[in-house]
Design a protein around this ligand. Sequence first.
Ligand code: FEO
Length: 397
Amino acid sequence: MNTELAKNIHWVGYVDWPVRDFHGYQTKRGSSYNAYLVQGEAKTALIDTVKAPFANNLKQHVAALCPLDRIDYIVCNHAEPDHSGSLPAMVAACPNAIVVCNAKCRDALSHYYDTAAWRFQVVKEGESLDLGGRTLRFFDTVMCHWPESMVTYVLEEEILFSMDIFGQHYATSCRFDDEADLDEVMQEAKTYYANIVLPYAKPVAAAAKKLLGLKLRIVAPSHGVIWRTYFDRILQDYLRWHVSTPTRKVVIFYATMWQSTRRMAEAVAEGANESDVSVKLFDLKAVGDTELITELMDCAAFACGTPTLNQSLMPRMAAALTYARGLKPAGKKAFTFGSYGWASKGAEEAEGYLKAFGCELVAAPITCRFAPTPETLEACRSAGRLLGQAAAAIPQA
Ligand code: FEO
């Protein structure tokens, strides 16, 4: 496996093939935690670490290139434990290492770990560290993904260690974009954006604008492949996704108990399908939240259906909407629907979620008692037509 980004700059991370749950994100193709070793003429720096269980793998990768007692700095760009989890082990194994991070990161690390005996060098925006022929420069990227997030740039080689930005949860034996299956990489980059980056789209766009002022030959994120050939593609996609640019797509998702809400969902889809747009229909039994939010991110309009269960919405729908509410797919037209037995609560409660993430509601909740009548189904078709027309108004890509 080629791990060399440039002379004396190597990937030393860990590929986590079996991981399938990343704090609720269903990582169907695994992930990687990318750490990098930068060896200057005088000093050596390790850029980030890996999840705690894989500390020994990291040590082995580093030790194959450099004795651990020759590590002078361990840069911590981000305190989240997928990157800082092996810091305690690495600080213990590298007796001469100083932890380099910003002030907020130092504070966060002190909450996660016993850092009392650690030696720190706190850096500020734009500060540099001279390794001898290799200069590391640090830039704050607040809220990309946490308040303390920063990135590290190797001046002479024009390499940016971009932390979570431009990452993908994607396990592969290939380290570089031009070695991997690019379609898979781009799909996982999109899924990653929808599930991790979306709520921080504005700070990420601002950070990207700042970082694009640098000469970028290689962009090396902390998950997935390293961009050295197709960075323009991921950059263009980030510019579209950051405003959740809608496409000519309508998404309908539903939960159902006795098929009444399913029949309503199908009628909504029929109405939307009358326009020349893509229509996707999901039973929440058959789709996970990770895939669903990725579909919602770039749709123009959606509808969600839930029966009333115990005077509320179906728990599976509540979970999906709670997940979506946190990620805030913006600027969508939408409505809710669903069946009930004695009192209609589910569709109305679901509408509250849609209001919370700023949807433009095109219809009041459409409900039916027990089973949809032909009139109910026509109301669903009619509201579906509004969604289809909204999507059709989006110019063809
Ligand atoms: Fe990959 Fe925000 O950590």
